[in-house]
Design a protein around this ligand. Structure first.
Ligand SMILES: Cc1cc2nc3c(=O)[nH]c(=O)nc-3n(C[C@H](O)[C@H](O)[C@H](O)COP(=O)(O)OP(=O)(O)OC[C@H]3O[C@@H](n4cnc5c(N)ncnc54)[C@H](O)[C@@H]3O)c2cc1C
Length: 301
């Protein structure tokens, strides 16, 4: 029997494992994606998601990437869909094409303002907030499983986490079935966020998004567009190996594996990995081994 990702997150007897791919915008990017998609088949993911618009790509490439992933036998593919540059009519055409391709999941996002602009402006007849996109999708494709973004350390434009969670609840009330979080490096932040969501009346699964960081410079770059804090120990350890990329990568990987253990122990319904289309690092076998232990966790008792 077919089960949506949200249904699986609620009922599986083990944490689900998923990976985000991003749609490439260059030939080199496509090659990196090809290698990553091939290499990560070994992870036996329960589902994968595909970004849209991030880094300048449009919706069309996202669908093409979904097709390529389906060709590699990836199951339960969830394309992202944003409101950037999209009118209601564009979204009708795109969502019909997604559903027409047999895809039953969409990650509904507002998207970021174009580079150089600080305020998000919808196109005429477009949507200003992701909640409106969710309501539109729920109405047009009632059977879709819809994911939305959550920000454990708040979205940069929100005045407070409480306000952001209020808006997150609007997305769920509009029809979202699951929440995937922005990356966080302090695992307690996730558990506190889930508690606050539950107190706010949000009952859908909250899937933690994790990034194995590779350097302090990467972290600083990411902090320019998303709010997350860096635990002192990680900061210190990365600082100490600034001129040794391989050691820094190992520290990032060990950190994320520790986060995975804590999350699974704490009852997280799954682990969603931001691997940035990186095909292989010498350390991936350790990550894969860690994830296979996760897969066997509850099933083995
Ligand atoms: C898991 C994940 C995947 C992502 N994938 C992509 C991707 O593929 N492509 C891409 O371009 N970006 C992606 N992003 C980034 C995302 O598009 C940006 O963070 C964007 O700035 C916000 O999108 P949103 O869907 O959370 O917006 P919204 O939920 O609309 O929120 C945006 C801001 O508006 C506020 N807000 C919401 N409703 C209201 C209201 N009624 N009144 C006042 N304020 C309100 C919120 O508090 C928040 O500060 C992703 C983010 C995450 C966490």
């Amino acid at each position: 029997m077919f089960m949506t990702i949200a249904q699986q997150l609620k009922t599986a007897d083990r944490p689900l494992i998923s990976v985000e791919f991003f749609s490439p915008t260059t030939d080199a990017g496509q090659k990196a994606f090809d290698r990553a998609a091939q290499a990560l088949t070994g992870l036996k993911t329960d589902f994968v998601s595909v970004t849209c618009g991030a880094g300048g790509s449009a919706a069309g490439p996202t669908l093409e990437i979904c097709r390529q992933l389906a060709g590699l036998n990836y199951r339960s593919i969830m394309p992202h869909c944003t409101c950037v540059g999209m009118s209601r009519t564009d979204l009708e055409i795109l969502s019909d094409a997604i559903v027409g391709q047999g895809i039953q999941h969409i990650m509904a996002l507002r998207g970021d303002p174009p580079r150089g602009e600080s305020t998000f402006r919808p196109v005429p007849d477009g949507f200003r907030y992701a909640a409106q996109l969710v309501a539109f999708l729920r109405d047009r494709h009632p059977g879709l499983c819809i994911g939305v973004a959550g920000y454990p350390e708040k979205h940069p434009e929100a005045d407070s986490l409480d306000e952001d969670i209020r808006h997150l609840k609007e997305k769920v009330d509009a029809g979202a079935d699951l929440i995937t979080t922005q990356l966080f490096l302090d695992t307690q932040v996730y558990f506190d966020f889930v508690d606050r969501c539950r107190s706010a009346g949000i009952t859908v699964p909250v899937l933690p998004g994790l990034l194995p960081v590779t350097s302090l410079q990467q972290i600083k770059r990411m902090q320019t567009f998303c709010d997350f804090h860096v635990p002192e120990k990680l900061q210190h350890d990365l600082q100490a190996v600034q001129d040794n990329p391989a050691k820094a990568e190992r520290i990032g990987l060990y950190w994320v594996m520790e986060q995975i253990s804590e999350l699974v122990e704490g009852g997280s319904p799954g682990i969603h990995l931001y691997l940035l289309n990186r095909a292989q690092t010498v350390f991936y076998p350790e990550l894969f081994a860690c994830l296979s232990r996760v897969r066997g966790k509850k099933a083995n008792g």
